[in-house]
Design a protein around this ligand. Structure first.
Ligand code: UD1
Length: 371
């Protein structure tokens, strides 16, 4: 029998969980069917996100096994959090001696674990590689650039990712187009999200509400910008009911800046929602207003009109092919009116957003192991 491929899968923050779930599932399936070389896996949760609503609920809903190791790093400044993941991940690698570490997305845990591995000579596979916003004021952009320059295998969700990496001089054999792993999770969870009860519990009807999520530092960490955004959201709520699950960062800033919100008049501010409720809101919203990366993609899959309150996106395919449009505070009111008065569903689903990405990812790691 062939020796198994010893692998650590890393997850740290909320947007990582729906990306590792299909990987963990396919690995377990393929191991039990004896399909291809086995992966001997350890799941490491860095603890970057730790709340029940930011972490536990996703493990439960997505059926991710309990992490083998939780580094428990918690919150901190960019440097403190990244450093803390690094110092706690290094001993894990020393002990486990993995052949591969799989990291996903662009959060601080992604870059921290990649840096550790690069210095220890452990091979890194980066799932969702190659995305670029070309905006280095975003912490995630720094994380993407550093992770991709160090990782050995760059697994991209769309052709633009390949182009970005080629332009940065990455050797062709390190780049593999595998498709969008988020969509594996989405497709797998559709039957469950269609049973989700949040909409009826809070009195929302399909196609007759707007779904709002905002948490980027560039939008919520500045008082003037957050106050204007809230004023726009209230204006939107005068046109149709709005549900706005509030990220902990946004809640903290609203209270720090003393920004009052006129809840009740069409606007419902609620706690962060779980994965199935989030999918259900995205599928059924008349309009999504967001600054999240993942929601731009999920909206594209559902062809839900999506306004992204950012000057750029690292996911241009959601604009070129999908239902997404970038907006800013000056244009927001016009864009909202145009979207609400325009066609109900927009855009198309990009190629390889088909549920087969985890399988293609594992195939590529096996292929690279032979090299
Ligand atoms: C992180 C990611 C971002 C991702 C977002 C999704 C980085 C640089 N950013 O941003 O890419 O879109 O997650 O949520 O990695 N907090 C809690 N409970 C938690 C976690 C955080 O209350 O479980 C609060 C803390 O006050 C913390 C703040 O939220 O200081 C921000 O958390 P942090 O992980 O630093 O960044 P996010 O804004 O969540």
């Amino acid at each position: 029998m062939m020796t198994p491929i010893k692998t650590i899968v890393v997850a740290g923050a909320r947007p990582n969980f729906m990306k590792i779930a299909p990987l963990m599932k396919r690995i377990a399936e393929q191991n039990s069917q004896g399909a291809g070389e086995r992966f001997e896996v350890r799941l490491v949760h860095t603890g970057q996100h730790y709340d029940q609503k930011m972490s536990d609920v996703f493990f439960k809903e997505l059926g991710i096994p309990e992490p083998d190791i939780n580094l428990g790093v918690g919150s901190g400044s960019q440097a403190a959090q990244t450093a803390s993941v690094m110092t706690s991940f290094e001993p894990v690698c020393l002990k486990e001696k993995p052949q591969w570490v799989i990291v996903v997305g662009d959060v601080n845990s992604t870059v921290a674990c990649t840096l550790v591995c690069a210095k220890m000579g452990i091979r890194v596979a980066h799932v969702e590689a190659g995305l670029r916003s070309f905006d280095r004021t975003m912490p995630e952009e720094i994380n993407r650039i550093v992770t991709d320059s160090l990782a050995d295998l760059l697994l991209t969700p769309s052709e633009d990712g390949n182009e970005n990496l080629r332009r940065e001089g990455v050797a062709e054999e390190r780049i593999k187009l595998v498709g969008n792993i988020m969509i594996d999770s989405l497709i797998e969870n559709l039957p469950m999200s269609r049973q989700a009860t949040l909409m009826s519990r809070i009195g929302l009807k399909p196609g007759k509400f707007a779904f709002v999520t905002l948490h980027r530092p560039s939008n919520v960490d500045c008082k003037e910008s957050l106050a204007s955004i809230m004023a726009e959201v209230e204006r939107l709520a005068s046109r149709l009911p709005v549900v706005f699950p509030i990220h902990p960062r946004t809640r903290k800033m609203l209270s720090e800046f003393g920004i009052k919100t006129s809840e009740g008049r069409g606007l419902q501010l609620i706690d962060p929602v779980g994965y199935h409720d989030s999918l259900s809101l995205t599928e059924n919203a008349r309009l999504l207003l967001t600054d999240s990366g993942g929601l731009q993609e999920e909206a594209t899959y559902f062809r839900t009109p999506c306004l992204t309150l950012r000057p750029n996106t690292e996911r241009p395919v959601t604009v070129a092919t999908g239902s997404n449009r970038l907006t800013n505070l000056q244009r927001l009111a016009t864009d909202i009116d145009e979207f609400l008065d325009g066609p109900e569903r927009r855009g198309q689903i990009p190629p390889l957003w088909d549920g087969g990405t985890a399988r293609r990812t594992l195939d590529e790691i096996r292929n690279a192991s032979r090299r």
